[in-house]
Design a protein around this ligand. Sequence first.
Ligand code: UT7
Length: 329
Amino acid sequence: MSRNLVKISGVNSYVPKGILTNHDLEKMVDTNDEWIVSRTGIKQRHILKEEGKATSDMATEAVKGLLTKTNTSPDEIDLVICATITPDMKFPDTANTLCDKVGINNAFGFDINAACSGFLYALTTGAKFVESGSHKKVIVVGIDMMSSIIDYTDRTTCIIFGDGGGAVLLEANDEPYGILDSYFKGDGSGRKHLHLKAGGSAMPTSEQTVKDNLHYVYQEGKHVFKRAVSGMVDTIKVVLERNNLSNDDIDWLVPHQANMRIINSVAGMLDFPEEKVIINIQNYGNTTAGTLPLCLADFEHQFKKGDKILLTAFGGGFTWGTTLLTWAY
Ligand code: UT7
C-alpha cells in the first residue's frame, strides 16, 4: 500500500510556571486532596498568573520551541490552526495573534472552537491542507487558559481545570507514517450540560450576567462523564474496525485527560493494558484543547517510528472522536 501520509514531524508543549495544588484548593473551597485524587486523579494544575498574559502567550512559547526543535524557520510556515475555547479576545482569532508574536509572516491562521476535541479536529483539518498539496508546513496548536473562565468558588469545576497546551508541526511524508484515519461526531443537544452561559450573542455581557456569575464554565459532571466514556469507546471501535485493527495492534492509547476514572473506564472497556495508556492528568488537570499535545510532548521520548497511536477525546458541544496515526520519527 503506498499512500502519501501527513506526518507529525515535531511536538512541543508549554505550561505556565504557577502551580495550584489540591492543598491550595483546600484553602479556597470545601474540598480535600483525598476526594480530588480519588475522584479525578489530579494532584496539581498549572495556572497562568502573570499580569497581562493570555492564551496566545502560552501558544507563542509552545510554537517558538517547536520551531527550534524542528529546525524550522518561521517563514516556512504556511498555516497555523489554533484549537482553543479561551481565545485572547472574542475576535480576532488567537492563531493570527500568535503568528504576529512568533514572527510567522507568510501564513494565514484561524481558530477552532471544539472544546476538548479541538486539537483532534484541528489536527485533521491541518492534515487536509497538507494532503491536498496546497500547503507544505502547517502548525496545529491545542491550548487553553481555563483559569480565565473558571469560578474558583465552585468546587465542582475549579478542581478539574488547568492552563497549558502544545503544538505540532505537520508535513508531507514519503514514508508510510502519519495520520491514517479520523472519525468524529457531534451532538449539539449536549450543550445544555456543558457550556459558558454569558458573553456570547445569546446572552451578551451585562452588569447582571457578571453579578450572576454567568461567565464561568457550567458543567453537569455526571452526565458528561457517562457520555465521555461511551463517546470515546464507540469512536475507537469504529476506527479500529474500519482499519482492520485490534487493540493488540495499537502501541499507545492517548486519551483526553478529563478524569482518571474516565480514562480507566475507556481503557478497561476496550481491554487496553495499563502500560499502553498515556496518563499525565496528575500534573496538569484538564487543559481542554491542551491535553493531547501535552501528552504527545511528555511521551515523545517513548514513541518509536512506526508506533500506532490512537488519540481520543470528548468535550463540550458535545464534540468527540478518535484519530489513528503512526509515529513518524
Ligand atoms: O473535558 C470535558 C468533559 N468533562 C469531563 O469529562 C468531566 C466529567 N465529569 C467528571 O469528571 C466528574 O463528574 C466530576 C469530577 C466533575 C465530579 O465527580 P463525581 O464523582 O461525578 O461527583 P458528583 O458530582 O457525583 O458528586 C459527588 C459528591 C457530591 O456530594 P453529595 O451530593 O453526594 O453529598 C458533591 O457535592 O461529591 C461532592 N463534591 C465534592 N466534594 C469534595 C463535588 N465536588 C467536590 C469537591 N470536593 N471538589
